[in-house]
Design a protein around this ligand. Structure first.
Ligand SMILES: Cc1cc2nc3c(=O)[nH]c(=O)nc-3n(C[C@H](O)[C@H](O)[C@H](O)COP(=O)(O)OP(=O)(O)OC[C@H]3O[C@@H](n4cnc5c(N)ncnc54)[C@H](O)[C@@H]3O)c2cc1C
Length: 386
């Protein structure tokens, strides 16, 4: 017998649970089924984001910073974030927080099951099949479990991924500055693609170090780990017997140059990464996901059609394309672009640009601040292979 609901949320990760949270906040009264392979909270992802506003999920923010360090080629700088904050939320804390609230709601049921398939049926219904043979039916499914349909990765112009491995270090010495995360630290000797170290310091002796690469394929685990070991030795004087690795975090985020389809099937909508929400040139997705699911929840609460994820405006998609071209063709050009971008702009301007909140004149100013030859090459290539 099929289980009937108004909506099904397939996947209880960032996008699925955020949607459930905003539906609960807004007093949605329809019946909701949430299906995921596991509801066990795990701190396997640290979601960081900048914002000018009150951050979402403020109660569970693990740490907030008001400055950031950047180092590219001969330029290094500590940026005061002023009206922005940089925040980190751990995925396990998030899951626990959202589940403890929605579990109490009479209209929400949780099902811990592997999802096999989702599709639309006649009479405006969507069907979800689980690996254990259960069937769920609803008006709509919102899914973040399966990759979107109709995307052929071999046809991507710049098949880049952002991949990283992180170690949360507990050191026996107080060597970290808990107030200063490292946004990007490039080292000219790293030649694994466009690669940098990203650091979130939680206290003087505990910090997350992530060796991050923009390239076409993943590397062996040892490569990322060796870089972290070397970085800790060279930058903090820490030998391997002077710290323990408390937690590891691995990630790969697609850097796609084309918009994903909003619908997996007629009545099955994509959310989160499946909806192509990570920003192509940076991989940041947290705030973009919040924006979409908040609007989506509002549309469902008011009985309207589900709101689609908004695609970036044409000019920002074009800038992303140019940046992806540079990132995928020349590490040197990429470093020069990052160098000038940080050197010639305030971090507030960079954030506004990456948030796609700048106007045409502000974009021109940013474009004028970086070396133009790599962009001209990228424009020429884009025109040639349109
Ligand atoms: C390690 C890591 C760190 C990241 N850090 C940042 C960051 O700092 N800032 C930022 O902006 N973005 C970050 N991102 C990018 C993005 O924000 C995250 O990937 C985010 O989790 C995407 O949300 P989602 O809902 O699409 O997917 P997820 O959060 O991954 O949720 C998908 C859910 O689907 C479930 N699932 C999968 N397959 C099945 C199946 N067959 N059956 C049932 N359930 C299934 C999973 O258990 C999971 O709960 C990071 C990504 C990763 C991987």
């Amino acid at each position: 017998m099929a289980k009937n609901y108004d909506i099904i949320i397939a996947g209880a990760g960032l996008s699925g649970l955020s949607l459930a949270w905003y539906l609960a906040e807004g007093g949605y009264e329809g019946k909701i089924a949430i299906v995921d392979a596991t509801f066990a909270p795990a701190n396997d992802k640290t979601w960081s984001f900048w914002t000018k506003d009150k951050p979402p999920f403020e109660d569970i923010i693990y740490k907030t910073w008001s400055s950031l360090y950047v180092s590219v080629l001969d330029y290094e700088h500590t940026f005061a974030l002023k009206d922005y904050t940089y925040n980190a939320i751990r995925s396990g804390d998030f899951k626990e927080h959202v589940l403890s609230r929605i579990k109490k709601l009479p209209n929400v049921d949780l099902f811990e099951e592997g999802i096999l398939d989702m599709f639309s049926k006649k009479k405006k219904k969507a069907v979800l099949k689980t690996k254990s043979g259960d069937t769920f039916v609803a008006k709509y499914i919102f899914q973040s479990v399966l990759p979107p349909t109709g995307l052929d990765r071999t046809k991507i112009k710049y098949p880049l991924i952002q991949h990283f491995l992180g170690w949360e270090i507990q050191s026996n010495q107080s060597v970290f500055d808990p107030d200063l995360p490292t946004f990007m630290h490039f080292d000219e000797d790293w030649n694994d693609g466009v690669a940098f170290m990203y650091t979130l310091p939680y206290s003087k002796n505990r910090a997350l170090f992530e060796y991050t690469i923009f390239s076409k394929s993943l590397e062996e685990e040892e490569l990322y780990e060796d870089k972290i070991v070397e970085y800790l030795r060279e930058n903090y004087g820490l030998n391997e017997n002077e710290y323990i690795v408390g937690r590891k975090e691995f990630g790969q985020i697609p850097m796609e140059d084309r918009p994903y389809l909003p619908w997996y099937d007629k009545r099955v909508m994509n959310l989160g990464t499946s909806a192509g929400l990570p920003k192509p040139s940076t991989g940041y997705a947290f705030m973009r996901i919040q924006k979409h699911v908040k609007l989506l929840a509002e549309s469902l609460i008011s009985g309207n059609k589900p709101v689609l994820p908004t695609h970036s405006k044409a000019q920002f998609r074009y800038y992303d394309k140019l940046l992806l071209h540079i990132l995928s063709t020349s590490t040197n050009d990429s470093l020069n672009v990052f160098h000038d971008l940080f050197k010639n702009n305030s971090i507030q301007q960079v954030f506004a640009f990456l948030d796609e909140q700048t106007n045409f004149f502000e974009d021109l100013k940013i474009m004028n601040s970086v070396p133009y030859t790599p962009f001209l090459k990228a424009i020429r290539e884009n025109l040639r292979h349109k």
